[in-house]
Design a protein around this ligand. Structure first.
Ligand code: FAD
Length: 334
């Protein structure tokens, strides 16, 4: 493998319903920094149906070039179609670094592409850097239960690929009107070539905000005692217009679904306000919420580790305190 042939930093521009995923904009910010350090181009790969217009948004967030696969066959994400497009693009233009958001789509695509290319994939990265002279990507992620950060290198193969957690990188300030190059690409692919058919799309029925997008999150832990106690978390969230988060133990107990789990094996969140109610503050939870703007913890144990990671702490029984907060907030918010 001749490393000289591989140039540029690429970002998979994840899109849904005509909107670019936040994480793709964040990755353009991170990718820009890497590309500048390597004195190379930052490119996006945009795959979808009627998506070419979105390339302009990618330019305004830092991309120099966008490879576009625009075809009705890409209307819904399917591993096979997207993987084939991405593989064709990588084989034709040979990027040095290729980043994907660690969303369900990004993780699926990255792992499928990695099985076909003779290279590795660092999953769930939270820090990225590059060695200026060698171009070696320094992809770091928590390891051993979040107790250490491991920096993973891909020394022998190209491209160097990583999935990156949403909300940990910063998008650049948008520069309206910034221009770049659109490269229209296509591959010979028809519906008949694809084994997976999309028969129906069932949208999630919940009206609640998603935890990765919410400004306020009310998270509950095992200290709520059971599903009945956990209802208080829903009620407080409802009062504040907040999303509901949870510790892993709560998810494993079946009180709420996995997509509400905050932490190392859940979602990394950075809301403006984070309530941790009846959560002990295990490191695996803390790594997923420690960058929140304001952290308020409620725990009956004054020695609970969560109090080391919060801005305000209330020591007491959550089953008594949360109803008082609901009442107080309701009165204040009208
Ligand atoms: P507990 O640790 O049981 O804490 C309950 C807390 O509630 C205690 O502090 C107690 O004092 C308090 N309490 C009890 N009663 C009351 C009351 N009436 N009022 C107020 N407070 C009360 N965890 C995550 O959350 N997210 C992850 O992504 C995650 N990933 C993991 C990955 C690995 C590889 C491993 C090994 C673990 C992971 N964990 C994760 C689990 C983590 O280590 C903890 O076990 C978990 O976070 C504990 O959940 P908890 O705080 O709800 O429960």
């Amino acid at each position: 493998m001749n490393f000289e042939d591989y140039r540029g930093v690429w970002v998979f521009i994840e899109e849904k319903d005509g909107i670019i995923a936040e994480v793709a904009l964040e990755l353009l910010g991170a990718g820009r920094r890497l590309a500048d350090k390597r004195k190379t181009q930052l490119s996006g790969v945009l795959i979808g149906d009627q998506v070419t217009g979105l390339a302009q948004t990618a330019f305004e967030y830092g991309a120099d070039c966008v490879y576009v696969y625009d075809d009705p066959i890409y209307r819904f994400y399917r591993t096979e179609t997207y993987m084939r497009a991405m593989l064709a693009c990588v084989e034709k233009y040979k990027p040095e670094i290729l980043l994907y958001g660690a969303t369900s789509t990004g993780k699926d695509l990255a792992s499928a592409v990695a099985t076909d290319l003779p290279t590795g994939l660092t999953a769930d990265t939270t820090q990225l850097d590059v060695e200026e002279d060698t171009g070696l990507l320094l992809a770091s992620r928590p390891a051993f239960g979040g107790n250490i950060m491991a920096t993973i290198l891909c020394k022998k193969y190209r491209p160097q690929m990583a999935t990156v957690r949403p909300k940990v990188m910063k998008a650049l300030q948008r520069v309206p009107g910034r221009i770049g190059e659109i490269v229209e690409e296509s591959i010979p692919i028809t519906e008949e070539d694809i084994r997976t058919k999309v028969l129906e799309i069932v949208r999630a029925t919940t009206q609640r905000a998603r935890i990765d997008e919410a400004d306020i999150i009310v998270s509950g832990g095992k200290g709520l005692g059971g599903p009945a106690g956990f209802q208080l978390i829903h009620q407080l969230a409802e009062t504040l217009g907040a999303a509901v988060g949870a510790s892993r133990d709560v998810v494993e107990a079946g009180w709420i679904g996995h997509h509400h789990q905050v932490g190392q094996t859940g979602v990394t969140v950075t809301p403006k306000i984070y309530f941790a109610v009846g959560i002990s503050g295990a490191i695996q939870h803390i790594v997923g919420m420690q960058n929140s703007g304001l952290i308020i913890a409620i725990n009956k144990d004054p020695a609970a580790p969560i109090f080391q990671s919060c801005h305000y702490g209330i020591v007491g029984d959550a089953l008594e305190i949360v109803p008082m907060l609901i009442e107080g907030f309701k009165a204040a918010l009208g």
